[in-house]
Design a protein around this ligand. Structure first.
Ligand code: HEM
Length: 428
């Protein structure tokens, strides 16, 4: 087939800047996400033949798959580990895109497509979580749908739509199964195709450039085949080998069969929602599940459409000053977040920061306003004292939020024990 007619060759460029060959340029994270998605589809298609989506049969069908089907345990393991890795890899890909300023100019819309992909991947993980119908999955989904119910106005309705009724039952399994195996994967395929097309339209992966319309003058180009192709194949194969090894040595978890009458203690959301669950321990539900996530989501969606000093992009952390301001932000988050959690838990207590006022004020408005003032002060400090540009200051805020969320997730996963009390990981 001629080069012009090959879809594969159209999907990839003919020549690429030599700089793109460096692994550290993107860490291959977008490509890794694609490989993991393909592994999920492959193993998912095999499991469809065995799995039975009903509360009576689901758990038994998983046990049957693990014990009586050739490679059943391995296939489930690969599916489980790929799904979890995909969530992490996609989040880090998003960080890479942000920290190289790859959301400006021709890539604005791809940032939004990417966010939709992230949303769908989380939805896919969440809907798959329930399917084994064991204690872990049943109660994790219960926690998450309860969190949703706290949303003002439409929360209760959303909860009923997702559950297919008042509580988790047969309709929930069918809903989740249909979303997990058909609706979400099809949407993901369509959006990924669009995402890759937009990467090509933007002239490939971001590289340092002189102007909005092109890479730096005099940039050295090399043919895609074999240079980048071989590197992409190597990363893909190493990733597949890694997932296989992990799945061989670590089984996908399967707890006791779901028991709606007996909640495990502690009952935790899936790890990627534990950061949100942690917020709920510190703030009034209106703030924890609605106002804070909504404000952060709006900030992330609108980030490419802000006015910046310049559209500097292509280098990690944008500039030298960008590196220092990001490091300051990360250190601040690493210090302040655990301090806040400990202070709220051991000093402030359940009555909140302004005892005597309604909880929506003492555990919501007041601490959130204090945090907002802190964030604005941090931004102004970077601008005034460190003479950071808007690009560098916005990047630092993003790093601050991302690291804080990671710290909350680590605390929620490893430092919360019975009754969600703070404990050391070896005491859980
Ligand atoms: C299923 C999830 C995703 C897949 C499979 C995927 C895949 C890719 C691939 C293969 C690339 C090209 C190079 C690379 O960075 O490796 C890319 C670039 C890009 N992705 Fe994603 N992506 C996903 C999610 C996201 C998310 C969550 C965001 C951000 C919110 C995002 C935003 C972008 C942008 C703006 C580019 C262009 C970057 C540049 O030119 O340097 N993507 N993506």
């Amino acid at each position: 087939m001629s080069v012009e007619k090959s879809l594969f060759l159209h999907a990839r460029p003919i020549r690429v800047p030599r700089r793109v060959l460096r692994f550290t340029h993107t860490f291959g994270l977008g490509g890794m996400a694609l490989v993991l998605f393909m592994m999920l589809v492959g193993t998912g298609l095999l499991m469809i033949f065995i799995y039975e989506p009903s509360p009576e049969r689901a758990y038994q069908s998983i046990v049957f798959m693990q014990q009586d089907i050739l490679f059943g345990r391995l296939i489930r393991g690969v599916h489980y580990w790929s799904a979890n890795l995909l969530i992490g890899v996609t989040a880090f890909h998003m960080l890479r895109v942000f920290l190289t300023g790859a959301f400006h100019g021709p890539r604005q819309s791809n940032w939004i497509i990417g966010l939709s992909l992230l949303f769908l991947i989380l939805l896919s993980g969440f809907t798959g979580y329930l399917l084994p119908w064991d204690q872990i999955s049943y109660w994790a989904v219960t926690i998450c749908t309860e969190m949703l119910g706290y949303m003002p106005g439409m929360g209760q309705m959303l909860q009923r739509v997702i559950l297919g009724g008042e509580e988790i039952g047969p309709a929930t399994v069918i809903n989740f199964y249909a979303l997990h195996t058909i609706v979400v994967p099809l949407l993901l395929v369509a959006l990924m195709t669009w995402h890759f097309w937009r990467v090509r339209l933007a002239g490939g992966v971001v590289v340092p450039r002189d102007s909005a319309d092109g890479p730096r003058a005099g940039m050295d180009y090399v043919p895609y085949i074999p240079n980048l192709l071989l590197r992409e194949l190597a990363v893909g194969l190493i990733l597949i080998a890694f997932v296989l090894l992990v799945a061989i040595f670590f089984n996908a978890p399967l707890g006791e069969p779901a028991n709606p009458g007996l909640s495990p203690n502690p009952a935790k959301a899936p790890w990627y929602f534990v950061g949100l669950q942690e917020l709920l321990l510190h703030f009034h539900p209106l703030f924890a599940v609605f106002i804070i996530p909504a404000v952060v989501a709006i900030a992330i969606v609108t980030v490419p459409y802000q006015r910046y000093d310049s559209e500097v992009s292509g280098n990690w952390f944008l500039t030298r000053k960008g590196q220092s301001t990001a490091a300051i932000a990360a250190s601040t988050a690493l210090l302040i977040t655990p301090l806040w959690v400990a202070l709220d838990e051991f000093v402030v207590g359940p009555d909140g920061w302004l005892p005597g006022t309604p909880t929506v004020v003492s555990n919501g408005l007041f601490p959130c306003a204090a945090i907002a003032v802190g964030i604005v002060a941090f931004y102004l400090l970077l601008k005034k004292y460190f003479k950071a540009s808007k690009n560098e200051a916005v990047q630092a805020l993003f790093v601050l939020l991302a690291v804080s969320f990671m710290v909350l997730t680590v605390i929620g996963v490893w430092f919360r024990g019975a009754g969600m009390a703070l404990v050391w990981p070896w005491q859980t």
